[in-house]
Ligand binder design. Structure first.
Ligand code: CP3
Length: 331
């Protein structure tokens, strides 16, 4: 088990997208502040980071920011609408996409200030993160997330292979810098979110993306900070995830955790992977699903409990709390 969780005598539990969405205190703050204001005001971001620790009882905090802070630091302008992020000038529409980017390190400053505040106040491990290069680049190219599977971004990969390589390198190098700074500002664990791993063929992922994920992970691990990698939709490609890539792999809700265990290097711990929609069920159903993981945990103590993707908006708060409590008392 990751060192910072070792004192728990049960699997640790935290939830992707725990900060926001379901918390009444967060919803209340959002009546006064925009999402961007919450993210970019260090004290507010720090407060929101710690909210789920108090209000949900989770065992870790994850810094309140977004994977799109990397494109922002590369000079891209993003509008945060009620339907999600919208880039004003997606790279697909640029003549020379890689020439249009310029890294401005100071755009990350508010994240580091928020981390400093959390590091002082926290009583649980603090998770830092970034998007993985493919997912980050998909948003940069396509500009919005509402179009399923990023068709424009995928076309771009095939039509502009050398520009794709350059852009992936750019995103990777900035992510390395960002991750190393997060470590200087007190994070205990680092998660790499590859929410779009499933939108490209497995060999594309293996050849063009995984080496870049490794570059980020290697930099983080060389500082003694463990890495959790979340390659959502990777499917059978999970066999590529060895202990050379990361310390833990977060399994999506589509994949059976038992199957995942068969496919992934035994040295790598697993995180996940309850279906986020399960939390809309009644408590008895939720409890039964949790109990199904008992045989898994008995054989695999290197397990961090999480969902197989983020907590969904409108999930009943009571159920989220029940889920966390049940995990704590059952295992
Ligand atoms: O886990 C946490 O709560 C920590 C903070 C965090 C956010 N986004 C805050 C957020 C993290 C780790 C992310 C990651 C993120 N952001 C991903 C990867 C994980 C995933 O869900 O696949 C992606 C793809 C994004 C991009 C993004 N940010 C989208 C598509 C949206 C709009 C839809 C949505 O999730 O509401 C966001 C907005 C966002 N990021 C919110 C929060 C709390 C909602 C903002 C609000 O309206 O209050």
């Amino acid at each position: 088990m990751i060192k910072c969780f070792q004192d728990l005598k049960r699997p640790p539990v935290w939830l992707m997208r725990q900060a926001g969405r379901v918390l009444p205190r967060y919803r209340k703050l959002r009546e006064t502040y925009s999402f961007r204001e919450l993210m970019e005001t260090p004290q507010l971001a720090a407060d929101v980071t710690l909210m789920p620790v108090k209000d949900l009882g989770v065992d870790a905090a994850i810094i309140f920011s977004d994977i799109l802070s990397v494109p922002t630091a590369l000079g891209m302008e993003i509008e945060w609408t009620d339907f999600g992020p919208k880039f004003l000038k997606p790279l697909c529409t640029e003549q020379n996409p890689s020439q249009s980017l310029k890294f401005e390190a100071e755009k990350f400053e508010h994240v580091y200030q928020a981390l400093d505040i959390v590091a002082k106040e926290k009583n649980v491990p603090l998770i830092g993160f970034c998007g993985a290069p493919l997912t980050t680049l998909c948003y940069m190219l396509q500009g919005v997330s509402s179009k399923q599977n990023f068709p424009e971004a995928k076309k771009f990969f095939y039509q502009n292979p050398s520009e794709t390589e350059k852009l992936l390198d750019f995103v990777t190098d900035v992510s390395v810098e960002y991750a190393l700074q997060q470590i200087k500002h007190g994070i205990d664990v680092f998660q790499i979110f590859e929410s779009n791993a499933g939108i490209v063929p497995e060999d594309f992922y293996e050849q063009k993306v995984l080496p870049r994920v490794r570059k980020i992970a290697d930099a983080v691990r060389s500082k003694g900070v463990p890495v959790i990698f979340f390659p959502k939709g990777l499917g059978c490609g999970l066999r590529m995830i060895t202990s050379e890539v990361c310390d833990f792999v977060s399994i999506d809700w589509q994949t059976s955790i038992f199957q995942a265990r068969q496919m992934i290097d035994k040295e790598v711990g697993l995180q996940g992977n309850f279906d986020p929609h399960l939390l809309f069920a009644d408590k008895e159903t939720i409890a039964k699903e949790i109990e199904k993981y008992k045989p898994f945990y008995e054989k695999n103590p290197d397990w961090i409990v999480n969902l197989g993707h983020g907590v969904l908006a409108e999930t009943p708060l009571e159920n989220v709390k029940f889920f966390v409590e049940k995990i704590k008392e059952f295992f």
